[in-house]
Design a protein around this ligand. Structure first.
Ligand code: OAD
Length: 232
């Protein structure tokens, strides 16, 4: 089976009703990114940051994977698929994708403030215990925090994602403005002869030298068209 690697961003989940960040009406118009999504912001005001992610997490049970997520999962009928996502929701998993790498963490997980990337500190939150509170402790006794990669923090999963990108026979980018590194740099690891597809209703600033086919549609319609192209 050919190896197909997909990089997804907030646009992938837009049709499920989750706001993107940089579109008009997006999350970064309502919140200052340096306050709610940076390590400095967390150190300054942990409660604000914890509550911001509590709100995002409470939204999860109210949304469902869109047709686009389902079609990404269906690609496994024809390809060996790895999804590399910048999204912290669990909609790819809920749609049935088997290999999902979360570059920016996962909303449904919590970890320790002292050693956020130590696997023994990471715990999965449950529907009965969705919120994190000030005073909740991780296994090492430090404040429990969201398992999210904030600006100013290392992105430990990027190495595994780069390995996948290097082995890709087909590379697909869905719903990301490619503003945030190192995620946006993953394309540099893809071999120059590999076909690259972009699914996004808007033009995206594309800095890599790779040629790509732009399917200028939303995630669901765009995935439908991609499957027709790849399987005909
Ligand atoms: P952005 O909000 O920057 O970009 C969203 C992209 O999705 C844009 O290119 C839109 O045109 C596109 N889009 C909108 N609706 C769509 C639809 N229905 N179908 C397909 N595409 C659609 O979001 P990201 O690029 O994911 O990180 O942002 C990257 C990172 O910046 C996030 O992971 C987050 C944020 O700050 C952290 O918080 C660490």
């Amino acid at each position: 089976m050919k190896k197909l690697v997909i990089l997804t961003g907030a646009g992938m989940s837009a049709e499920s009703g989750i706001s993107t960040f940089r579109d008009s009406g997006g999350l970064w118009e309502k919140h200052r990114v340096e306050d709610v999504a940076s390590i400095e912001g967390y150190i300054r005001n942990p409660e604000l940051v914890i509550n911001f992610y509590n709100e995002r997490r409470r939204q999860l049970p109210t949304v469902k994977p869109c047709r686009g997520h389902e079609l990404v999962a269906e690609l496994e009928k024809w390809f060996d698929v790895t999804v590399v996502t910048q999204n912290v929701d669990d909609l790819h998993e809920r749609a049935g994708s088997s290999n999902v790498i979360h570059l920016h963490g996962e909303l449904m997980k919590a970890t320790s403030t002292r050693s956020p990337n130590d696997p023994s500190q990471i715990q999965t939150l449950t529907p009965e215990h969705l919120d994190i509170h000030i005073g909740d402790k991780a296994a090492d006794g430090s404040q429990l925090r969201p398992f999210i990669v904030w600006f100013g923090e290392a992105v430990p999963m990027i190495e595994q994602a780069a390995e996948e990108a290097m082995q890709a026979d087909i590379f697909v980018v869905i719903g990301t403005s490619l503003n945030v590194y190192p995620a946006a740099g993953l394309i540099q690891f893809v071999s120059p002869e590999v076909p690259v597809y972009l699914i996004d209703p808007k033009d995206v600033t594309w800095t890599s030298g790779h040629r790509y086919t732009h399917i200028k549609k939303g995630a669901s319609d765009g995935m439908q068209e991609l499957i027709e192209k790849l399987t005909s």
